[in-house]
Ligand binder design. Structure first.
Ligand SMILES: *[C@@H]1O[C@H](CO)[C@@H](O)[C@H](O)[C@H]1NC(C)=O
Ligand SMILES: *[C@@H]1O[C@H](CO)[C@@H](O)[C@H](O)[C@H]1NC(C)=O
Length: 173
């Protein structure tokens, strides 16, 4: 699960194959009345047939990406509609938005960029709606986690893999 980057009142959670969006204020208010109230929780329909393993918000919270073994899905979060999907070559465990250094707050349209990891491969998916992901590296092992540094003059991506050695690598983009 991940909080909205600009709102502490919004939390996105993956439960099995479902994506849930929790309104924290409503959840707090209703918690005093009943624990079974679900008005604070919105279920977002997705095409995932396998458990969602990873999710990430874009910097401005306007987009969200989810990944499961067999699918990556990108949503615009104003209406929670899927805007792009990709079927990977092999199992995916991790995905993250990667923001260009100096991209500022305008993270819309063609500037969207996502990274995801498979077995011995990381991919960059830029543009999303009009493009296919491109292989960007071949670290050893299965890529279990990806994180992007969003400050400073350079974009740095960290990948964690299941391998015993070289399992934490830093990449500049
Ligand atoms: C998928 O998630 C459910 C719980 O939501 C769990 O019971 C099940 O074992 C998971 N399946 C896999 C393949 O991890
Ligand atoms: C963001 O960038 C897009 C395309 O480059 C542009 O059309 C849009 O007006 C920009 N939005 C803002 C708020 O600057």
């Amino acid at each position: 699960m991940r909080f909205h980057p600009r709102s502490r009142n919004c939390l996105a959670c993956a439960v099995g194959t479902q994506l849930l969006v929790v309104d924290i204020i409503t959840a707090k208010t209703n918690a005093s009345n009943t624990y079974t109230d679900s008005s604070a929780i919105r279920t977002i329909s997705s095409d995932h047939t396998k458990n969602i393993s990873c999710l990430d918000w874009s910097d401005d919270g306007a987009f969200l990406v989810t990944s499961s073994d067999t699918l990556i899905c990108v949503y615009e979060t104003a209406h929670w509609k899927p805007i792009a999907m990709h079927t990977p070559h092999s199992k995916i465990w991790s995905c993250a938005f990667v923001t260009s250094a100096g991209a500022g707050t305008n993270n819309s349209g063609d500037k969207l960029r996502i990274m995801f990891g498979e077995y011995e491969a990381i991919y960059v998916w830029q543009g999303i709606q009009n493009s296919q992901p491109k292989k960007a590296g071949a670290p050893p092992g299965t890529i279990m986690g990806i994180a992007c540094s969003r400050s400073g003059g350079q974009t740095v991506v960290a990948t964690a893999s299941s391998q015993r050695e070289k399992n934490l690598m830093l990449w500049t983009i």
